[in-house]
Design a protein around this ligand. Structure first.
Ligand SMILES: Cc1cc2nc3c(=O)[nH]c(=O)nc-3n(C[C@H](O)[C@H](O)[C@H](O)COP(=O)(O)OP(=O)(O)OC[C@H]3O[C@@H](n4cnc5c(N)ncnc54)[C@H](O)[C@@H]3O)c2cc1C
Length: 364
């Protein structure tokens, strides 16, 4: 069966993503769900939702029946601390860990957005995302999922678009070396061939962060990465057509369950502690949580565990500072990639934005 390992949550605030889909003509492959985030609490066995209203005033926190169970209106004023955070602050510097709001809101959204534990995650980066999403209201937080999979929404239409523009794609050849003379890239050495760079050519390097350290050892860049672990179970679960096919889980090892057509996927962010666990052990632990949260009685079905050990860099204040200081690159080179957007976390939105910004950054 075909498994899409990218369990991506995209929100309607992601304008660069939406523009990109428009450009490559794949908008019709998207499903938009209402701005309702469903959660299951593994301790209390409570199923509850955050349903955002339109507009900047969050009416959902005013009523006991719509706010997060066990929280008081006053608790939400802690948000103001985020507005006054400093570059060096982590999420844990701002919020009290022993509160229901931390456990049911700050921690799951930090892990989901930054793929970094709260004691290391940059508060500023979280604030920047919230300003564009939750704080603007429900219109900006509709949940976007592909009707079929991300391959059909992003990859195949993008390849078609490039082919129509007569852009050649060279598969299975790895960039091994950059030949630099007088601060200009003169040659790209790939595993299969070489490309000479003429005076009028420009190079955009859109590779993972790790390669910056390899090609430019004198540049200090982050070296700590965080795992996103996905586990796919071969089981069909039926849900109502308009219901969001995503369930957040708290007080658990699992973070999000994605209900797909012929399987379900469980995502665990900042999952470095599971790097050395066997797939079998992880599957058993997670399946017991899935059974409880989706009220399933069945035995564990076939599964596939995928650990993406370098899903993102550890998005801490000190690492963001390192990214901001990457400047000394050759004059005909521009860099792109999710990690280059120092004011935003490493996401699809940032990756697309970085492509646009990389063109602006070509100064030579
Ligand atoms: C499991 C998982 C879940 C995620 N969930 C979300 C989510 O919910 N929402 C969201 O917005 N984002 C999510 N992300 C992050 C998102 O997928 C990334 O931010 C985005 O794909 C990064 O795109 P990119 O083009 O910058 O980098 P990449 O997609 O990593 O592209 C880099 C490319 O460089 C190539 N490359 C590497 N080395 C070389 C070399 N030496 N020579 C030539 N090519 C090379 C690689 O093969 C790769 O194709 C998730 C990521 C993972 C792994």
């Amino acid at each position: 069966m075909e498994i899409d390992n990218g369990n991506h949550i995209i929100l309607s605030a992601n304008q660069n993503f939406l523009n990109f889909c428009r450009l490559i003509n794949s908008e019709q492959t998207l499903n938009f769900f209402e701005p309702k985030f469903n959660f299951f609490d593994m301790h209390t066995k409570n199923l509850w939702s955050i349903k955002l209203n339109n507009g900047v005033i969050p009416f959902w926190i005013m009523k006991k029946s719509t706010r997060i169970p066990g929280t008081k209106l006053l608790d939400y004023f802690s948000l103001f601390k985020l507005f006054f955070c400093k570059e060096k602050n982590t999420v844990d510097d701002l919020f009290n860990k022993n509160t229901k709001l931390y456990n049911s809101f700050w921690e799951p959204i930090t892990l989901g957005i930054l793929n970094t534990q709260c004691n290391e995650a940059s508060a500023k980066l979280l604030l920047n995302v919230l300003k564009e999403t939750f704080l603007k209201g429900g219109k900006f937080c509709k949940i976007i999922q592909p009707k079929k999979n991300w391959n059909e929404t992003l990859i195949l239409p993008a390849i078609k678009y490039l082919k129509n523009k007569k852009t050649a794609i060279h598969y299975n050849t790895t960039l091994k070396e950059l030949i630099i003379e007088n601060n200009f890239i003169r040659k790209l050495v790939f595993s299969k061939d070489e490309i000479k760079i003429n005076k009028s050519d420009r190079v955009i390097l859109s590779t993972p962060l790790g390669l910056i350290g390899k090609f430019f050892p004198e540049v200090k860049s982050p070296t700590e990465n965080n795992t996103i672990l996905n586990i796919h179970f071969k089981i069909r679960i039926k849900i109502k057509k308009k219901e969001t096919p995503i369930l957040g889980i708290i007080n658990s090892l699992s973070h999000w369950i994605f209900i797909k057509k012929d399987h379900i996927s469980v995502t665990i962010s900042a999952a470095n502690k599971l790097n050395h666990y066997s797939s079998e052990d992880i599957a058993r632990l997670i399946w017991s949580e899935v059974k409880k949260s989706l009220s399933i009685k069945k035995e564990m079905p076939d599964f596939q565990v995928i650990k993406e050990k370098k899903a993102t860099y550890n998005q801490s204040p000190s690492n963001i500072k390192l990214i901001s200081n990457i400047k000394i690159l050759p004059k005909n080179l521009s860099i792109a990639g999710d990690w280059t957007q120092k004011n935003l976390p490493s996401t699809i939105e940032s990756a697309i934005l970085s492509g646009k910004n990389s063109l602006k950054n070509i100064t030579y």
